[in-house]
Design a protein around this ligand. Structure first.
Ligand code: NAP
Length: 248
């Protein structure tokens, strides 16, 4: 069997990496959690669904003759990253993380950093009444008890309850433009934006638009993930995969 690179996906970078590796003739399989109803599929092979924990992932890596793993999951995907960090050494398979850099506030930004979604919910009533909430489908229960603010909840797929008491749901997926975000903010009289520190350019337009309108932003810090060799770009991950597969 040809030795393949496994990309742990669910991000635009993972999809791009799979495309580049496939173009270069490197056999690639992308793993998706299976959360999104109609995912944009990458080039190469795709497997969908959890592995069943680190031990099962290690078995899978050996069975599938995987040459190396790139953890290109979202910076907030804690469990799959922890699984990979345990499974790869157990299977003797090299592991690299591809992670976009954090966002950093610039002049004119009014950002309020918080540790998690619960802390974000505590900060909301102090900072705004009409909230653009872009933290994703999971964890919305943190905001369910707030009844003195209205939320425009934007996510890719339908979230499960509990949801904020007063909300409108907007199902959409990026990339977003600054003009589009300004129209959304103005059209809904948004006075506060709540986001995770996802990083990257695809979803940062809301931060630029918030600055344009002097709006505060509550921004959730990234969770700690296991320390790994890391690159910030698809090019960096491609070089690593090329070295690995050419050496193998
Ligand atoms: P998570 O909490 O780290 O993962 C929960 C479980 O889902 C994992 O233990 C694993 O199951 C399975 N899983 C997650 N990602 C997987 C993958 N790429 N391939 C196979 N199984 C996977 O992850 P999450 O935060 O729910 O995110 C799920 C996916 O959505 C990730 O792939 C991530 O890149 C993407 N995503 C997440 C966010 C976010 O804000 N969290 C945002 C955008 C995209 P087993 O233990 O059974 O292996």
């Amino acid at each position: 069997m040809r030795r393949r690179v496994l990309v742990l996906g669910g991000t635009a970078e993972a999809r791009e990496l799979a495309g580049v590796l496939d173009d270069l003739g490197i056999a690639v399989v992308t793993s998706l959690a299976g959360r999104v109803r109609r995912p944009r599929l990458p080039a190469g092979d795709v497997r969908v669904g959890g592995f069943g924990g680190p031990k099962s992932m290690a078995d899978w890596l050996l069975r599938e003759a995987i040459a190396g793993v790139v953890d290109a999951t979202h910076p907030f995907a804690e469990r799959i990253s922890a699984s990979a960090a345990a499974a790869c050494p157990a299977a003797g398979v090299p592991l690299l993380r591809l992670q976009r850099p954090s966002w950093h506030a610039g002049p004119g930004d009014d950002w309020h950093w918080v540790a998690d979604l619960d802390e974000a919910a505590v900060a909301v009533p102090r900072l705004g009444r009409r909230v653009l909430l872009t933290t994703g489908r999971q964890g919305l229960a943190s905001f369910a008890q707030i009844d003195d603010a209205w939320f425009l909840v934007r996510c890719v797929d339908q979230p499960s309850p509990p949801l904020p008491a007063n909300h409108t749901l907007l199902l959409d997926r990026g990339p977003y433009t600054r003009a589009g975000e300004l129209a959304l903010i103005d059209g809904h009289h948004i006075d506060l934006v709540v986001t995770k520190d996802s990083g990257g350019d695809l979803t940062r337009a809301k931060l630029d638009a918030a600055r344009d309108r002097d709006l505060p932003v509550i921004i959730v810090r990234r969770p700690r993930r296991p320390i790994l060799p890391e690159v910030a770009t698809v090019e960096g991950a491609t070089d690593w995969a090329l070295r690995l597969t050419q050496a193998g």
